[in-house]
Design a protein around this ligand. Structure first.
Ligand SMILES: [Zn+2]
Length: 121
């Protein structure tokens, strides 16, 4: 089962269709996925960064996150990011060429988002 799928509508056309495909594939394999976060405005990013900072996690400033350009998504396979379902999701994500940061397992990022951002602006 896939939840929060409507959030994907705000992703960049350079990224969203790949995530849609990934979720269809997960669903066909019986892997449940929740979409936690997709596109974030600079204001959303400001709030997310403040929350992360308060709980001691690193977070990008507004404009410095792929989320601010619709080129990243936070996904959760199964009920937590160390579940077997999440591991499966990351494995497929790596095969698709997405970039992952150590310590931020839900974050699936377009590997060329910085270059794309320039061509989109
Ligand atoms: Zn993220």
């Amino acid at each position: 089962m896939i939840s929060g799928r409507s959030k994907l509508s705000t992703l960049s056309p350079y990224f969203g269709p790949y995530i849609e495909w990934l979720l269809d594939y997960a669903d066909s394999q019986g892997v449940s996925v929740s979409v936690l976060s997709a596109y974030r405005t600079f204001e959303d990013q400001q709030r997310a960064a403040a929350q992360a900072k308060a709980s001691g996690r690193p977070a990008a400033a507004p404009g410095r996150s792929a989320h601010n350009y619709g080129l990243a998504v936070d996904l959760m396979g199964g009920d937590h990011s160390s579940s077997a379902q999440h591991e499966w999701l990351m494995q497929v994500g790596r095969a698709m060429g997405f970039y992952f940061y150590p310590g931020d397992r839900p974050h699936f990022e377009h590997p060329q988002w910085r270059e794309l951002r320039k061509s989109l602006r």
